[in-house]
Design a protein around this ligand. Structure first.
Ligand code: PLP
Length: 388
């Protein structure tokens, strides 16, 4: 069938093929160890589930405002103020079906055909596709292990053209896990203000930090950067709420009004009773976040040590998120072939770095139990010994 041009421009997800294959193998009863999922393996904390159940019983089952329940927008405004020193009024916030829809909507509202959007690589694989779906042109800034997968202010400045509309900033990063230091964030903010750009800061991994790393929300640096900043966030990673589909966007009022108009003609409001779970996530005890972080910290340490003990594998220590991004180029295979063979012959699912524009690496999520991590890295080690 003849599909619209916009769909043919979008790449199919490379991760999908591997995940589908891993699932099919599991269904056949094969003992596959999965490190490809970008989601916490914990249940959503009980108090959040209870709040949604109560809302359901109280009849919060009807259409609501397209921009979200007022009580949730209030709670998000308080969170941004309390945690990030960002001063937004509730009408500068829209609740979306996850961080993914926040970013998709933003591109639709901001980008005209031919507009350029600067994206540092390795990147979360949906960014360039969302830009293309809006008719924009992704401008990719390459980084490498030596630069800790971070761009420099000079690199950003050099990429700016009269067509530049937006810079996408993601720290802590998926897939590398790296975190820009507060000084590095300030230096990038200076370029954004100087060049009069807009920045969307994807802060979905904000709370998942290690080794004393600090998260500085770029919009909090001063009024000039604040008015050029849009925050994209969500509940999926911090509160193990991936399936709930709740995220949000905060930014200048006219922009949020535009996004609300768009959303009112596409998905309308996010599931009403689910939004009450999100309120409880923000306003309830944050002990659950600390507990999950403690588990991630231990797994990260174990996996990092095991990986770096494998001859030929080099894995930097990431300071955020729940991914490791080892360099596997010593084995002479592209990342897709590496991951396909690893899955087929050693029953370990990992994501090829090519999906994130880094063919020399693979992405391993440690959002899984310690026993699986130990067993999985043993198999990876057997594989590299066989090819290496
Ligand atoms: N941004 C990044 C960097 C992500 O890794 C993800 C999910 O994997 C998202 C945004 C979207 O998350 P969600 O739509 O589940 O809120």
């Amino acid at each position: 069938m003849q599909l619209a041009d916009r769909v043919s421009q979008v790449s199919a997800s490379l991760t999908l093929a591997i995940s589908a294959k891993a699932k099919a193998m599991k269904a056949e009863g094969i003992d596959v160890l999965g490190f490809s999922a970008g989601e916490p393996d914990f249940d959503t904390p009980r108090h959040i589930r209870e709040a949604a159940k109560l809302a359901l019983d109280q009849g919060k089952t009807r259409y609501g405002p397209a921009a979200g329940e007022p009580a949730l927008r209030d709670a998000i405004a308080s969170k941004l103020n309390r945690d990030n020193q960002l001063s937004y009024t509730p009408d500068q916030i829209i609740v979306t079906n996850g961080g993914k829809q926040s970013l998709y909507n933003l591109m639709q509202v901001l980008i005209n055909p031919g507009d350029e959007v600067i994206i540092p690589a390795p990147y979360w694989l949906s960014y360039p596709e969302m830009v293309k779906l809006a008719g924009g042109v992704p401008v990719i800034l390459k980084t490498d292990i030596q630069s800790q997968f971070k761009i420099t202010p000079d690199q950003l400045r050099a990429a700016v053209t009269p067509k530049t509309r937006l810079f996408i900033f993601n720290s802590p990063s998926n897939p590398t896990g790296m975190v820009y230091t507060p000084d590095e964030v300030r230096a990038l903010a200076a370029v954004i203000v100087d060049e009069d750009l807009l920045v969307v800061t994807d802060e979905i991994y904000e709370k998942i930090l290690y080794d004393g790393a600090e998260h500085l929300s770029i919009g909090s640096i001063g009024p000039e950067i604040f008015e050029r900043t849009i925050v994209s966030h969500g509940f999926a990673k911090t509160y193990a709420m991936t399936g709930w589909r709740i995220g949000y966007l905060a930014g200048p009022l006219d922009l949020i009004k535009g996004v609300t108009k768009l959303q009112s003609h596409s998905t309308s409001n996010v599931c009403t009773f689910a939004q009450y779970g999100a309120i409880s996530a923000l306003e309830g005890s944050q002990d659950c976040v600390a507990e999950m972080l403690q588990a991630f910290t231990q797994r990260r340490q174990v996996m990092l040590e095991l990986l770096n003990a494998i001859p030929g594998v080099f894995c930097p220590a990431p300071q955020g998120a729940f991914y490791l991004f080892p360099d596997i180029s010593a084995f002479g295979l592209g990342s897709v072939e590496f991951c396909e063979t690893l899955l087929e012959s050693y029953q370990v699912a990992a994501v090829p770095g090519l999906a994130f524009d880094a063919d020399q690496c693979i992405r391993l999520s440690y959002a899984t139990d310690l026993a699986s991590i130990q067993k999985g890295v043993e198999r990876l080690s057997a594989f590299t010994a066989a090819v290496g």
